[in-house]
Design a binder for this molecule. Structure first.
Ligand code: NAD
Length: 249
């Protein structure tokens, strides 16, 4: 694909880069975004209605089963060329932080060295009452959907993700905000820019003077503010950007 004039020059002049990714980053690997139409068994549910503490309190089995279904799908997918391009891009900058809203570990599988998971990880489980981590071995050795928690007599195992309405771990958001306020370039890739506080990160970077590069086939509330808004898929845009960077070495 053709890149907008000035983008590679802006990247060549940058030392510190922050990358924020969302569900659209995983779409080309086959992980559906939340806002795609749901099919089959889960067609009658809105994912946003299952990804809440209230839904889990009302019906833990439905929420657990939905996450088990998502875990199964995530186990079957692999990173795509866009994930690999982000790994290669690390070497072009003195500082490169990847902050993701995704819970599927695809960036880590691709080989990204420093990944901040804003919303946790779907493969992990935690106690519903204490928030303490629960081993995968405990989950597989105990019955129940969900199994009981080893940490509290009334606790249940729940997915180790941040649900709508829950606060992000403080240290995680602090690190992401610090990177946003000191980066030269901030990428926003495959995110609808609707879920807070993640959506505030590119705007924090913009206020601090960073160049914003958005990659999304569909315009978002960030598009008008971004210096470079690439209406393309993550794989197409990132492979083109890496090729452009490599040519100018
Ligand atoms: P979202 O579903 O709100 O938005 C996805 C965005 O990706 C859309 O704007 C869409 O136009 C764009 N997109 C679709 N295909 C793309 C592609 N090939 N390349 C680039 N962009 C593409 O996702 P969000 O903004 O991340 O917010 C949803 C929340 O749901 C997050 O909190 C996230 O944790 C969670 N979630 C995670 C996963 C995952 O881990 N893979 C999947 C679904 C939802």
């Amino acid at each position: 694909m053709d890149l907008p004039g000035g983008l590679i020059t802006a990247l060549k002049n940058a030392d510190k880069v922050l990358v924020l990714t969302g569900a659209g980053m995983s779409a080309e690997s086959g992980v559906p975004t939340f806002r795609d139409a749901q099919t089959g068994l889960w067609a009658k549910y809105r994912p946003e209605d299952l990804a809440t503490p209230e839904a889990f309190a009302r019906n833990p089995q439905t929420v657990w089963d939905w996450y088990e279904d998502r875990r199964k799908k995530v186990r079957e997918v692999r990173p795509h060329a866009g994930h690999s391009a982000l790994v290669e891009m690390e070497q072009h900058f003195s500082s490169f932080l990847l902050v993701t809203q995704n819970v599927d570990s695809l960036h880590q599988q691709a080989g990204s060295s420093d990944v901040v998971e804003l919303h946790g990880n779907i493969m992990r489980s935690i106690c519903s009452l204490t928030g303490k981590a629960i081993d995968a071995d405990w989950i597989s050795a105990h019955p129940g959907r969900p199994p009981a928690s080893p940490h509290h007599a009334r606790g249940l195992a729940r997915p180790g993700v941040v649900w709508f309405g829950e606060a992000l771990p403080e240290h995680v958001m602090k690190r992401a905000l610090a990177a946003a306020s000191s980066c030269d370039v901030c990428f926003s890739i495959g995110t609808s820019s609707l879920v807070q506080p993640a959506a505030s990160l590119p705007f924090a970077a913009l206020s601090a003077g960073a160049v914003i590069v958005e990659i999304n086939p569909v315009p978002t509330s960030l598009s008008a503010a971004a210096q470079f808004s690439l209406q393309a898929t993550a794989a197409d845009a990132l492979t083109a950007i890496l090729a452009g960077l490599s040519r100018c070495r």
